[in-house]
Design a protein around this ligand. Structure first.
Ligand code: ADE
Length: 230
């Protein structure tokens, strides 16, 4: 997959792209990330990418020109899935991470300042938010998305490790334990130690359901609805 990120702060990505699973995905050519600073596409002598809002008001607005020129500089931008990051967007969920992981080419625009010139929106396919809070810009949101998408790309991590991911079937994951068998009086449940696979599966499913019901009652309701419709 190729991801082009339109950002004013490309240095923010240095560590995230150079560590752990994302680093390996890039080295093994499952993923390519290009950081494009759209300030390079400003046309005035101060490289301005923002301006005062028509009609007045607080805050600056991202100009349409630099963003659109940067977008059009990307090879085959027409056929890419083009995303704007904004708190007004539709919520980023695991199902969205899955569908985006099937794309060959994503272009992600990270905003800054008070907002976007409304005309920018017409060049993009969809708007995404990573949650109901306001970040200083879209950079961290894009990194969250890139991380969630990368681990779903074929060959990046074992398929079996995301088949049981939280949210992949409207349930949270079951509890996990590793050595030691006992820590400060807390014991690993016996059922996980006896090697009886059917019993272990039953225990895991029960606890997955209980955890989801206790921690995320709305998600649990959704699970019951989907199950009923199956
Ligand atoms: N930019 C600012 N806040 C954001 C959010 N919550 N999601 C995506 N992009 C953003």
């Amino acid at each position: 997959m190729m991801i082009d990120v339109l950002t004013l702060f490309p240095d923010m990505y240095k560590n995230v792209l150079n560590e752990s699973i994302i680093k390996r995905a890039i080295e093994e050519k499952h993923l390519e990330v290009n950081l494009i600073n759209f300030r390079d596409f400003a046309e005035d002598k101060h490289d301005k990418v923002d301006d005062y809002p028509y009609g007045g008001g607080a805050g600056m607005v991202l100009k349409v020109g630099p963003v659109v020129r940067a977008l059009k500089s990307i090879e085959n931008y027409e056929s890419a899935k083009k995303i704007i990051l904004t708190p007004q967007g539709s919520p980023f969920k695991q199902s969205k991470a899955y569908s985006l992981s099937q794309e060959l080419h994503l272009i992600i625009l990270c905003g800054h300042y008070e907002g976007y010139d409304e005309r920018i929106r017409s060049y993009f396919d969809e708007e995404i938010s990573i949650g109901d809070f306001v970040l200083t810009g879209g950079e961290l949101a894009s990194m969250v998305m890139i991380d969630a998408i990368t681990r779903l790309l074929p060959g990046v991590i074992k398929q079996s490790s995301h088949q049981n991911d939280s949210f992949s079937n409207h349930l949270l994951e079951h509890p996990h334990y590793t050595r030691p068998r006992e820590f400060e009086g807390q014991k690993v449940p016996d059922v996980l130690l006896n090697g009886h696979h059917a019993k272990i599966e039953t225990w895991r499913k029960e606890h997955q359901l209980k955890k989801t019901k206790d921690k995320r009652p709305k998600l649990y309701k959704k699970y019951l609805e989907v199950k009923r419709d199956d």
